[in-house]
Design a protein around this ligand. Structure first.
Ligand SMILES: [Zn+2]
Length: 307
């Protein structure tokens, strides 16, 4: 925690005016005084419009988001179900591993990496390979180092070695504003990397605004001075189709509520999805490899670099 605090202090700045912040998180330039919740600074503005302002609400929402598993045998069933669906359509964990492999050794030395929309930092183990990691979110989770808004990043210009956004861009009201902030806060050679959905059920939190095509992501990067270093599809044709089916039909099947049957149902779905995806892979149009003309996928993984 002391080490994290030292890292945060080395890059932090007022999200309103970019002035320096003193030991009590007050801005030396504009005078704005920021609060803390459970020892973590809340460096938010009204820029993004989705920042949760009430600290009790922040904590309640965080608990609701992370404590969804039930107790006892039903909890065991929940765990099994989670394990069965985790890897359904090109699992984020697999993607994060590929992203980290793609940039490992190229992050400017001594510059921290910020995990934006980190929630409980599910990918911490992989991201730690890149250097010191700071967890940023609009709500306070156990793992959060700083509560802030991606539309107004509380960091000095040219200070970050990396910014990670795993399934986050769809939750930003004005993603172009975030890209401008990424360009500003990344140091030369730093990377913006992540996963963004193209076909994905509408979901929280705090809200869901956008979907991304390959061209759209590349355009956002290039128009903000970031070079497209890698951009690969996640999930093939079948996964895309089944993703819709899962979100709009299968997930609401009442049989799922019966313990045991629910787990088997997930297993069956997982099996069908995997088999169809394997067919797609054999045709060379799957989730792992760039697919020529085929442009429709569950999502895209990307590495954009500031030159
Ligand atoms: Zn200020």
């Amino acid at each position: 925690m002391i080490e994290t605090n030292r890292v945060l202090r080395s890059v932090v700045a007022c999200p309103l005016c970019r002035g320096g912040l003193d030991a009590k998180w007050s801005c030396a330039l504009c005078g704005r005084v920021f609060s803390t919740v459970e020892g973590r600074p809340v460096l938010t503005t009204d820029v993004g419009g989705d920042v949760v302002k009430d600290n009790a609400v922040i904590r309640a929402q965080a608990r609701e988001r992370t404590g969804a598993r039930r107790a006892g045998l039903r909890g065991v069933a929940d765990r099994l179900r989670d394990a069965m669906t985790a890897d359904l359509f090109g699992d984020d964990r697999t993607q994060v591993r590929a992203l980290v492999d793609a940039v490992a050794g190229t992050i400017p030395e001594g510059c921290p990496v910020v995990d934006v929309g980190a929630c409980e930092q599910y990918y911490r183990a992989q991201l730690d390979r890149l250097g010191p990691v700071l967890a940023l979110d609009v709500a306070l989770y156990g793992a959060t180092d700083v509560v802030a808004d991606a539309h107004a990043m509380p960091f000095k210009s040219d200070s970050l070695g990396g910014i990670v956004v795993i399934e986050v861009l769809e939750h930003l009201r004005r993603p172009w504003q975030f890209f401008a902030e990424a360009q500003r806060t990344l140091t030369k050679g730093g990377v913006l990397m992540g996963v963004a959905p193209q076909y994905c059920p509408t979901h929280g939190f705090p809200n869901d605004y956008f979907r991304y095509t390959k061209s759209g992501l590349a355009s956002l990067a290039e128009s903000h001075g970031l070079e497209v270093e890698a951009l690969w599809p996640v999930g093939g044709r079948w996964a895309t189709l089944l993703h819709w089916y899962w979100a709009n039909h299968a997930r609401e099947n009442p049989l799922r509520r019966v313990a045991g049957i629910g787990v088997a149902y997930h297993g069956w779905f997982q099996g069908v999805a995997k088999a169809l995806e394997a067919l797609d892979e054999r045709e060379g149009r799957g989730g792992g490899a760039p697919s020529g003309e085929h442009q429709d996928h569950v999502g895209w993984s990307f590495v954009f670099r500031k030159r």
